[in-house]
Design a protein around this ligand. Sequence first.
Ligand code: ADP
Length: 558
Amino acid sequence: MTEFLTDIEIANSIEMEPIVDVAERAGLKADDLELYGKYKAKISLDAIHELDKKEDGKLVLVTAITPTPAGEGKSTVSIGLSQGLNKMGKNSVVALREPSLGPVFGVKGGAAGGGYSQVVPMEDINLHFTGDLHAMTAANNLLSALIDNHIHQGNALRIDARNITWKRVIDMNDRSIRNIVIGMGGKACGFTREDHFMITVASEIMAALCLASGLTDLKERLARMIVAYNLDGEPVTAGQLEAQGAMAMLLKDAIKPNIVQTLEHTPALIHGGPFANIAHGCNSLIATKLGLKLSDYLVTEAGFGADLGAEKFFDIKCRLGNLKPDAVVIVATIKALKMHGGVDKKNLKEENVEALEAGFANLGRHIENVKKFGLPVVVAVNKFAFDTEAEVNKLIEKCAEYGVEVSLSDGWAKGGEGTLDLAEKVVRACEQENNFHYLYDVEASIPEKLNTIVKEIYRGAKVTLTAAAKKQVKKLEELGLDKMPICMAKTQFSFSDDKNAVNAPEGFEITVQNVRVSAGAGFIVCETGDIMVMPGLPKVPAANKMDVDENGKMEGLF
Ligand code: ADP
């Protein structure tokens, strides 16, 4: 068997170009950049405003089939595709999310692509990068401190300590602090109450920052966030606690997009990173809009499968940001389709054309779903070394039967050279007239919107709201906060809310357990199944294999 270099070995074998040079090729001057060393920079908001009048390039969304826990390669394909577009002479920028330390040290590993389709410096991007996630953690926890201090100092807003919805955050997988008791130690230490930790990427601050148009808009969003209810059951906002100014101050740099490079020295914007199963799952609107100004083809990614990431990209991000996508790439892997076709996760490397054919139903449904938004689709088969010719041929044949463009994408092994065919097909798809539209009317009631998503996208028979969820809907209706897009919180491993129901299940019921408003982000979160806002670490965390030597050289990052 061929020995492959690890991602970090490949990344270290390639000499990076100064980021000033990479940015200059994208049309940015040195003055537009705020350098974080030689290879990373933030782009000033002034520079972004100056580009306002420039025409937008094409917007290409990369999404995927229902994934295995390791991910099917959306980031890898996005980076590879952008490299391929540049190689064919097009001007392309890739815009991705910032990795969270939770998955880095847990199961999934980093999120800077893989093989010869990576963004670099990958160690920095995967670890502290430019400090955005730490700034969000600080802003989130400042608000927590202000809430508890307000109660301690006399509680003029009459906050009901039993009904505080704002949680503390840390950017780590740590199940032991999901539920905690704070304020112990007597009078001097505040009031004792139950509190909770979430992972930073689940914070409403992350979602609000990713949808904000600038610092003033961000401040208004922060002020609108509901943090608790008072003893009369009325909402208490961050604005009432006068928290938004200081929080925005902590976020004044985090709101600026970061620019780095791909392994082929093409520009990459990495900014913001809300999870896709509990939040809306795309990079920041500011970075996406900037990328559209800087390129002819902006390639961006939305988390997990198309049922979660793409639906929210269209119905939340495009709607709130007034974006109009031009084409959609659905990433499929033969291994995941075989899993959907019934193969045990341990045996996915063995040839099994029959299972692949059975698992195609999952890809087929995602294709139909994306077409419901009126957009052209190209399937990218992310090639793995153990895929056999018979399997690849079968998948191409099935896509042809389905009438959808398909391309074997080999960016992982070959960089942009391996995605030239995909790039050509994407360019062609972008030339097609499209009829992009949202899935539902935002003015519809919450149950109506839920029904549309569950029936049209998940293909469930019915959506049921628990008694608690019904009460929460009623409350939001009374407060006039129900006319916003829905952000579904659902397992990424199934169309249904049962993570074990793989492939293309039908006739199931979806139960919505909790409905809460993210008034600052501008959407309503509907939680199904047992969604974790604070993940735990696995039995053998990826962290156990990581090390750094005396000279700062790292290994085991991936
Ligand atoms: P996603 O964005 O869908 O979560 P990633 O692009 O992060 O997926 O890829 C997940 C992991 O799989 C990464 O570690 C990446 O290096 C690896 N990977 C992706 N594509 C391939 C491939 N074609 N061959 C081998 N490994 C791959």
